[in-house]
Design a protein around this ligand. Sequence first.
Ligand code: CMC
Length: 379
Amino acid sequence: MTACEYRPGLDGVPATQSSISFVDGQNGILEYRGIHIEELAKHSTFLETSYLLIWGVLPTREELADFKHEVQTHRRLKYRIRDMMKCFPESGHPMDALQACAAALGLFYSRRALEDPAYIRAAVVRLLAKIPTMVAAFQLMRKGNDPIQPRDDLDYAANFLYMLTEQEPDPLAAQIFDVCLTLHAEHTINASTFSAMVTASTLTDPYAVVASAVGTLAGPLHGGANEEVILMLEEIGSVENVQPYLETCLERKSKIMGFGHRVYKVKDPRAIILQNLAEQLFEKFGRDHYYDIAIAMEKAVEEKLGHKGIYPNVDFYSGLVYRKLGIPTDLFTPVFAIARVAGWLAHWKEQLEANRIFRPTQIYTGDHNKPYIPIDERN
Ligand code: CMC
């Protein structure tokens, strides 16, 4: 094999073969298993889409009912996990709490039988079922309250909002939240998915796979951007301040959160759908004045940076939707994680089907044959 050119960030370097999702960044197309994201957002549900991603086909009515039932009956947390969570500092970031909880699942469900389809299914169900409960539980516990139990009569999205806010959500809010989960469920080989695949390739357990992916998603250049967008809109404060804020960012060469993408060179198709969902929520529950700032920001950034292919990404409008749903800002990234678990698990399963441990090469830039200097002779 000949030496390859080094590409920082592995830009453009294929690291796997996958049939899970597809992005055409020039034309703003995203497909899960060949189905356009717009179709899934309109007609599917998060759990049906998760099934599609993980098992490669849309489930029959019966298969979907069984899958939903299994997920529904595994939502509760063991009391020891709740006890462990009570020891977490309230000031800790919910993504750190989630990463610790996901890893802890490995302690409680330690059997590792990666060749057994029943084990794979049980792990998929458990992770999809319990991650939302963990996010909601941490939110209540850090306020000094006991977590509330999931409600079996509520579907996936509605139950999460219920566990978080202690109120049964409005049906439109629950339906929109479910679409948000579908939109965030998968996105080819992004940083957290790559992290999941590298971990999976060592044949460790799926809880370690998800824990490593959660840790990777947390960063502000990846999933953490949705939180940063709202902090940015708060800092801008008014439509009049958009232009000066942008000028300052450009002068300092700082990144504008929620804009730009390694693959998309047009507006992210998920941002288009999310903007539409935000408008539906504003129509029913009242407009958020940050939306006006966001629109002005999009226009200003397009004027200045559109020629470089910098447009809103998925994180630009998602925070506005989550705010209207009553989700606290520092839970935006954990909410992203709830959805992305589906994609990580799909890649985990695909990785196991044709596994070879990831072990890339490097270009060494250090010295050779240097003498060891005894400590007394160093200066
Ligand atoms: N604001 C200003 N300039 C930007 C931005 C931005 N948000 N994004 C890219 N650029 C410019 C960058 O300065 C560079 O310009 P030049 O060629 O003149 O030096 C050029 O575009 C290429 O940027 P890059 O950083 O090399 O691009 P990348 O593919 O390595 O990074 C990115 C992609 C998403 C990390 C980056 O666009 C970014 O930091 N965006 C802000 C953070 C963000 O919104 N992240 C969420 C990403 S989407 C969801 C997800 O993956 O979780």
